[in-house]
Design a protein around this ligand. Sequence first.
Ligand SMILES: [Cu+2]
Length: 66
Amino acid sequence: MYNFQVTDMTCGHCASTVEKAVKGVDAGAQVKIDVVTHKVEIASSKPAEAFAAAISEAGYTGELQK
Ligand SMILES: [Cu+2]
């Protein structure tokens, strides 16, 4: 389970763009997004770096929380 803080994800449109980016890395990933707290939870066996890259390619700043 990865926790990303995506501070510039501010509305439902952002959330769906981020979700699409995540599913582009792993179509079977489980994604939980909270726009209010800017949190993106991802359950996947793919590496966190792949999601970080996809989120930034989508135009957002995703910071992995340790
Ligand atoms: Cu938005």
